[in-house]
Design a protein around this ligand. Structure first.
Ligand code: F3S
Length: 648
């Protein structure tokens, strides 16, 4: 399925895994806390209108207008969408991934989204890839997108989920087996008789959290379940079948029996730290959040509500619920499930990402938070001292009742079988009144962009110099996440349109002195361990260090999306040829690279540690076009060159 879609969108390059391929992109999506930079870049490129079939700007993450910054962003984004021929999903309509799959997704198409969980849309047989905001701006120009041709892993599902066991368990089990790095350079393609038993939102939970394995994407067949889903969304015409060929040969095969799964939990502080829920120590839980794009479909929340029936939220637990879309919220309200949640003492939140990205509902110091979302890095909930466990909505409800880790079966006993009767609605409550369609070109051309004081210019990096001498401003450890580099929370999210302000907080929880030190150094290099830049697609984790003068990241390994963001924003990503050299260098050591540009082009760089008097080798795991982008000084300069060539 993956190869069929890639071949149908092929422009140039190689179809050999690991090599570079260029693809036509049909759709893009952006969301409010990343997108201002994307639209500023599109504006700087100078095209009058997007050249995709469909681009959507979602205003969905931060709806807490605690000061002028977020409304400034939302007003700018709405004006940019109106000007450039982009749909707007207004605040309150829903979280990008849930709305996009339901209202815009088309099997067989390619969607690039400025959010790492964009693969959610793989649930309907679409190839959806999470990229940085600059890549989305590129896709909107119609310039073919570069991608490393992925390997395709077949996950063959058999059996069916037992009542009280959720699709969350499928992806947690895979994370347990594969780890947070195991999916690098791979698309997970789900097949087998077990797939037929999974409804589209269940598939979406699995595809969504494929991002936690570092995968390029995940995809399910466009089959009878997808047809049923799109028909129930009144979009039967969008359906086309997409199935794997009977004689398909995959790069790798994983077998997974759905019937054998039991409730699981991802324990702090990584989503692959997975254990059976029954083995998690029964400590007091302070907070439960049933929400996020990952796991709040109709059936998810209805099942959680049934677990609550006849019970109340434990007096020591703060339990909130944030539903992924207005459509789902209204259906749950119509069918009485919201009332069941309220009766149990659950606090209903806005239809937004909210707590998932630390916008509200911060756990207490050392508090244990149990969440149905997809990430549990330190600080992801806004408090680095809290411990986050990821579970299914059924287990979250049971935990909220018991005040400690519990499964639906612990609360319901044999009645847990009743949960099996809950399915997605036959007909969804379709209401697109919160979606603003693109304006006709003439009207769009007259739209003025509205720039409040929070909208500051996009910083543009310089091309690398031929001689670099710079100190190490930070020696970071393994698994540094983009949350460590640029923290999530209402306060910081609304600074993302204002780099001079936000860069002051770069690494501020991980190393509070970093921003001042890097600025004082003028130009510097960051050294990192394994899996540097894992987690969210947040390109600010590249933009802020670039603004502070960071020229290179030199790590043992770098997460896929973050590496792309470094390239796009003019920071040279380099890997230690011998990882043992990481231990030999120290923070504040002065590193020197001669003939830097020629060495970048050769993808092998000799670095001299002047402080300690030794030299070592670094390699650049970059494609030809990424090398060109790096040498140009980032994607914006590169893209302008490409478009100028197109017009001459
Ligand atoms: Fe939003 Fe969290 Fe999903 S931030 S897009 S609900 S991963």
């Amino acid at each position: 399925m993956t190869r069929k879609i890639i071949e149908a969108h092929y422009v140039k390059g190689s179809l050999t895994p690991g090599e570079e391929v260029f693809l036509r992109v049909d759709q893009t999506l952006t969301h409010d806390i990343n997108a201002v930079m994307t639209y500023l870049a599109f504006e700087a490129i100078g095209l009058p209108r997007v050249r995709t079939e469909c681009s959507v700007s979602y205003l969905d993450h931060n709806l807490l207008y605690i000061d002028h910054k977020t409304p400034d962003d939302h007003i700018y984004l709405q004006s940019a969408a109106r000007k450039y021929g982009v749909w707007v999903s207004r605040p309150g309509n829903g979280i990008c991934h849930a709305v996009h799959a339901a209202r815009f997704g088309v099997p067989g198409k390619i969607c690039m989204g400025g959010d790492s969980h964009t693969p959610h849309g793989g649930a309907i047989g679409m190839l959806c890839i999470g990229v940085g905001g600059m890549d989305v701006a590129t896709a909107m120009t119609g310039v073919p997108m570069r991608l490393k041709m992925p390997k395709v892993v077949n996950v063959r599902l058999t059996g069916s989920l037992r009542p009280g066991v959720n699709a969350k368990e499928v992806i947690l089990e895979l994370l347990r087996r594969v780890s947070i790095k195991g999916g690098l350079g791979k698309v997970y393609e789900y097949t087998g008789p077990g797939v037929e038993t999974l409804e589209v939102p269940q598939r979406a939970t699995i595809a969504n959290m494929g991002a936690e394995m570092g995968a390029t994407s995940s995809i399910f067949p466009a089959d009878a379940q997808v047809k049923k889903f799109l028909t129930a969304q009144h979009r039967a015409d969008a359906y086309t079948e997409l199935l794997p060929d009977p004689d398909v040969v995959y790069d790798e095969v994983i077998e997974l029996d759905l019937s054998a799964l039991e409730p699981l939990a991802a324990c702090p502080h990584q989503p692959d730290n997975v254990k059976p829920l029954r083995l998690v120590e029964k400590q007091p839980v302070q907070q439960v959040f049933i929400g996020s794009c990952t796991n709040t479909s109709y059936a998810d929340v209805a099942r959680a509500a049934l677990v609550f029936r006849g019970h109340h939220v434990n007096e020591n637990v703060s339990c909130t619920c944030g539903i992924a879309s207005r459509q789902t919220y209204r259906e749950l309200m119509r069918d009485g499930y919201i009332d069941m949640l309220l009766a149990a003492g659950v606090r209903m939140l806005e239809i937004a990402c909210g707590p998932c990205c630390a916008i509200g509902q911060t756990p207490a110091t050392n508090g244990i938070a149990v969440r149905t979302s997809n990430r549990n890095f330190k600080g992801r909930a806004g408090n680095p001292n809290a411990k986050i466990y990821l579970v299914s909505p059924e287990s979250a409800a049971a935990t909220a009742i018991c005040g400690t880790f519990a499964s639906a079966e612990d609360v319901m006993g044999p009645d847990v079988a009743q949960l099996a009767a809950i399915h997605e609605p036959e007909q969804y409550l379709v209401d697109d009144s919160m979606l603003l369609p693109p304006l006709p070109s003439e009207e769009a051309a007259r739209v003025e962009l509205v720039r409040g004081p929070n909208i500051q210019p996009l910083p543009v990096p310089e091309a690398p110099a031929d001689h670099l001498e710079a100190p190490v401003s930070l020696k970071a450890g393994d698994n540094v996440s983009t949350d460590d580099i640029t923290p999530a929370s209402a306060e910081f999210s609304s600074m993302r349109s204002n780099i001079p302000l936000m860069s002051r907080y770069c690494y501020h929880r991980y190393d509070p002195g970093f921003a001042e030190r890097a600025k004082a150094m003028g130009r510097s290099i960051i050294a990192g361990g394994e899996n540097y830049g894992q987690g969210s697609s947040r390109e600010h984790a590249a933009i802020n260090p670039m603004y502070l003068g960071v020229k290179c990241v030199l790590a043992k390994s770098i997460a896929r999306i973050h590496k792309g963001n470094l390239v796009n924003h003019g920071i040279v990503p380099m890997l230690f040829a011998d990882p043992a050299d990481y231990d030999r260098i120290g923070q504040e050591d002065v590193l020197e690279i001669e003939h830097f540009r020629a060495q970048i082009a050769a993808r092998r760089v000799t670095v001299r540690d002047k402080t300690r008097g030794f030299a070592f080798e670094a390699v650049l795991d970059l494609t030809d076009s990424e090398v060109q982008v790096v040498l140009c000084g980032g994607q914006l300069r590169y893209l302008k060159q490409q478009l100028a060539k197109e017009t001459t």
